[in-house]
Write a protein that binds this ligand. Structure first.
Ligand code: NAG
Ligand code: NAG
Ligand code: NAG
Ligand code: NAG
Ligand code: NAG
Ligand code: NAG
Length: 368
């Protein structure tokens, strides 16, 4: 009897220990960013296809260095978690700060002083707790000098300490801490702070896209989110391998892919391969077009769609319009790659660009 009771008590202790250690451990990330200008309402997101959703973007006030939510975003942001959890109670939400249109110099300035880092960190935690987000995500695009990378490391270390302290004092599960980083482990030769990242972050989102665009030199079509690249080092695979070689564990890496593409105008409609001569953007001023828009373009113009398995990109063309993008073939190949490399998962920018959740669903089921 006594030994039976002892066995019961021991297994109960073991169970509680497991709970304790698994609480802060994310085992998979199947994620997408949602942003307020995307045309997709929060209640329109099929959250059953995700483990994590990023709510974009909160702002950095350049004088107080506090994180704020604009008054126009507040109604959607303040109810974001509650609404996406209606369809999927276990989905986790992260408040994303900054973004491609925010000022990198404001982030650099914030990160350079102890007092401004503290304002940023404390206000971010307060916002996340106040509006029931499960975590925080930094989108500083990009720290671009050795000093800024050092300061980023200090920011991440102090942020993690503050998050741990918040968890201890409130008795709540610690907030998640992630960031969207350049696809490569260095930003044009300047290394990211690998040790601080490994010690302080739950994971990092690698933006493995925007590799080619119509406004760029040389004026040729290109695979905007190539997984492999026979002609250069610019590819998702190169970036992932460099991050791992730099000592950041594969289990901290999340592979990003775009739910949008870029449209070029071909010089010659009969020369429609990857790296064919072009003369600027088609369809929109910078050529960017959502996946949903691309699928409509293909239908309306009976465009020819091609998957190139060497590069892992899709493209389509009709007349002199050529669009490079990721369709289900590229997305499922990348998800399989990410899982095979032992990465933590994947994320997409952005869920509002998907067509009826086709890519989101394919990615989620492909990962399994
Ligand atoms: C500022 O932060 C650095 C690094 O965390 C620390 O070594 C230093 O003592 C701090 N200085 C002040 C004035 O708090
Ligand atoms: C917390 O949320 C309430 C509304 O629920 C709002 O009035 C208050 O300003 C918020 N505080 C912060 C720090 O965001
Ligand atoms: C894929 O694209 C590369 C680069 O343009 C090209 O060399 C290769 O022939 C293409 N593969 C196929 C199967 O078309
Ligand atoms: C691409 O071609 C267009 C049309 O000729 C031109 O306006 C644009 O400046 C070119 N861009 C680059 C980067 O060469
Ligand atoms: C994902 O897309 C690929 C390519 O279209 C297809 O072969 C595969 O069956 C799809 N997977 C799912 C789960 O829909
Ligand atoms: C959207 O996708 C769902 C699930 O695959 C499907 O049942 C539905 O018919 C699709 N709706 C449209 C408008 O294509």
């Amino acid at each position: 009897m006594a030994s039976k009771r002892l066995a019961y008590v021991l297994s109960a202790i073991l169970f509680l220990l497991q709970l304790h250690f698994s609480a802060g451990q994310t085992t998979v990330v199947k994620a997408a960013y949602w942003f307020s200008g995307s045309g997709l309402t929060v209640s329109g997101i099929d959250s059953t296809l995700f483990t994590h959703l990023f709510c974009a973007f909160a702002d950095l006030n350049p004088t107080t260095y506090k994180v704020t939510i604009s008054s126009s975003n507040l109604p959607q942001f303040s109810t974001f978690t509650q609404i996406v959890q209606q369809k999927n109670p276990s989905v986790k939400t992260l408040l994303s700060i900054g973004g491609g249109n925010s000022s990198p110099s404001s982030f650099a300035s914030m990160a350079s002083q102890n007092s401004s880092r503290k304002s940023f960190i404390d206000s971010s935690i307060q916002l996340a707790r106040n509006y029931s987000f499960h975590g925080l995500d930094l989108d500083w695009e990009y720290p671009s000098s050795a000093t800024e990378m050092t300061n980023l490391g200090l920011l991440l270390t102090e942020w993690r300490a503050a998050i741990a302290k918040d968890s201890t004092t409130t008795g709540k599960t610690a907030l998640l801490l992630s960031a969207a980083f350049f696809y490569n482990s260095n930003y044009y030769t300047v290394n990211y702070p690998f040790q601080a990242i490994s010690k302080s972050m739950d994971w990092i989102n690698l933006m493995a896209y925007d590799f080619y665009g119509p406004g760029w030199s040389p004026n040729v079509t290109g695979p905007p989110a190539a997984l492999y690249n026979p002609t250069s080092q610019v590819s998702g695979d190169t970036g992932i391998r460099n991050w791992i070689q730099a000592g950041v564990a594969a289990k901290k890496l999340v592979l990003g892919f775009p739910f949008y593409g870029y449209a070029w105008r071909l010089v010659n409609a009969n020369n429609h391969r990857i790296f064919s001569p072009a003369n600027g953007a088609a369809i929109s001023s910078d050529g960017s077009i959502t996946y949903s828009g691309i699928k409509d373009f293909i239908t309306q113009n009976s465009a020819t769609a091609v998957f190139n398995s060497t590069i892992v990109t899709d493209y389509c063309y009709s007349g002199t319009t050529w669009i490079g993008y990721d369709d289900t073939t590229s997305i499922s190949t990348k998800v399989t790659y990410a899982k095979g490399k032992g990465l933590l998962g994947y994320f997409a920018w952005h869920v509002g660009a998907d067509k009826n959740f086709t890519l989101s669903r394919n990615a989620s089921i492909t990962w399994g």
